[in-house]
Design a protein around this ligand. Structure first.
Ligand SMILES: [Zn+2]
Length: 459
């Protein structure tokens, strides 16, 4: 009798949906299992802790960037995936050098302020740079001035991100021009240096860095970003004493491109092994923090997607890859090389999703695809509602997966709660303690669910 019962139980489990047989589940049940699997695991969260503590200086060209790639490969090597490999990519080669100095000076008063160089920025002279300051409210404000007025000065671009805008990414986009073009425009006006207000709505003492445009055949000047608290102070002091000077010293170096790696893990598809669905983030991060939200968290979510599928015994029809891109922060060499190799190897990429907006609570997806694929994804949106994932809108996928668009790949970006993202972004404040495990896991589950549906029904 016992034997019959056992046989019956095992036959039912063979025929029915359970967490070892997701293929037999309805879509609702499958998504439930995916979210449950993510919610019960701490593996990726612990890996993020390790990454942010042990590989803090992981710009693409830094030794720790390369070491982080090898470490991430090691994690995937232990997951019984079908393929795990490093993909060589040409990346930028900019090094910060010693920590920067910055000070407001007037008569005998010297106030030290927190500044840091921008990616691709150039060095000052060994003794630093000191000059009078003109405050400019964003690039457009430059037209108020003549070259004579700005010649020999340091331009202080102090346009603040608009805190009133509901979407801080929009506020960031509106002010990022002064960071990207500030030093080149300053040179054009005959100025000798540029100081850029950090792009964040928080008033803090962290310089929030980022990249500035590489000067090719144009002049540029040394540049630093300044913490918002100290930007406000400089502005205040300038009002009191327009003749004050600002001093800063940067030690960075621009060198010829070098080699780093994308890190890739794959579950090979059963029916269409040469058709790919990828989930990614970028493993490089700024060298002033552990890069927890930007974008260590996104990378650990990508690995988590594969872990979930392995745990649920999912055998995808298409090959599914986690891709940890390299060099997003400065020259996007990893993303370009990945798309390039896909073309060379004739790998058809049908769908790519990226998590690079912070691993806070997931809200939905922005989708960059043809109308038919977009509508197909919209038709699945009800399945996400029980998991509080409600937004499916047209919009960009992500910087790293962007080059795949030319290959005809449908792209998507995971949308997450943006409220505090820019409090951490590109600063010493982007630390592991600001990551919530449940939110991060839920984001991974949301991406796994979308991939599951794309794999099952195609686009
Ligand atoms: Zn990022």
């Amino acid at each position: 009798m016992k034997k019959i019962v056992l046989l019956l139980v095992s036959t039912i489990s063979l025929l029915s949906c359970n967490n070892k047989a997701i293929m037999k589940c309805s879509d609702e049940e499958a998504l439930k299992l995916i979210f449950k699997s993510a919610n019960l695991s701490s593996e990726s969260y612990q890996n993020l802790n390790y990454l942010t503590e042990n590989f803090q200086k992981r710009l693409a060209c830094y030794p720790q960037g390369i070491e982080a790639s090898k470490w991430a490969k090691g994690i995937m090597d232990n997951m019984e995936l079908d393929k795990v490999f490093l993909q060589e990519a040409q990346v930028m080669n900019w090094k910060r050098g010693d920590q920067e100095l910055g000070a407001i000076k007037f008569k005998d008063e010297v106030i030290n302020v927190n500044v840091c160089a921008l990616g691709r920025g150039i060095a000052t002279k060994e003794s630093g740079l000191e000059a009078k300051v003109i405050e400019i409210n964003g690039l457009e404000d430059l037209s108020r001035f003549t070259k004579d007025q700005l010649k020999g000065k340091i331009l202080f671009f102090n346009q603040a991100m608009n805190p009133e805008l509901e979407n801080p990414f929009q506020a960031y986009g509106e002010t990022a021009g002064q960071r990207f073009m500030g030093p080149i425009m300053a040179a054009e006006y005959g100025a000798v240096g540029a100081v850029i207000r950090s792009l964040t709505t928080s008033i803090d003492e962290f310089p929030h860095t980022g990249t500035t445009r590489k000067a090719i055949g144009e002049k540029t000047v040394p540049v630093v970003c300044i913490a918002t608290k100290h930007a406000d102070l400089l502005s205040e002091k300038l009002e009191e004493n327009p003749d004050l000077t600002f001093y800063f010293k940067t030690n960075c170096k621009n060198m010829p491109d070098t080699i780093s790696y994308n890190t890739i893990g794959e579950i090979t598809g059963t029916d269409f092994p040469n058709e790919y669905i990828i989930v990614g983030g970028h493993l490089d991060s700024w060298d002033n923090s552990g890069g927890a939200h930007d974008d260590g968290g996104g990378c650990m979510q990508a690995i988590e997607v594969l872990r979930i599928f392995k745990e649920l015994g999912y055998k995808p029809k298409h090959s599914i890859r986690a891709v940890l891109f390299m060099d997003e922060e400065i020259s996007q060499g990893g993303g370009r090389e990945y798309a390039n190799q896909a073309r060379i190897q004739n790998e058809k990429h049908i769908f790519a999703v990226e998590s690079d907006r912070g691993v806070t609570s997931p809200l939905g997806f922005s989708i960059d695809a043809d109308q038919e694929s977009f509508e197909k994804m919209i038709s699945w949106s009800d399945l996400f509602k029980p998991h509080e994932i409600n937004i499916f809108i047209k919009g960009g996928g992500g910087v790293d997966i962007g080059p795949l668009k030319d290959n005809g790949t449908a792209l998507s970006g995971l949308l997450t709660d943006p409220t505090h993202y820019f409090d951490w972004h590109h600063s010493g404040n982007d630390t592991f303690d600001h990551v919530n495990r449940e939110d991060m896991q839920k984001g991974a589950a949301a991406m796994a669910s979308l991939i599951y549906l794309v794999d099952k029904y195609g686009l």
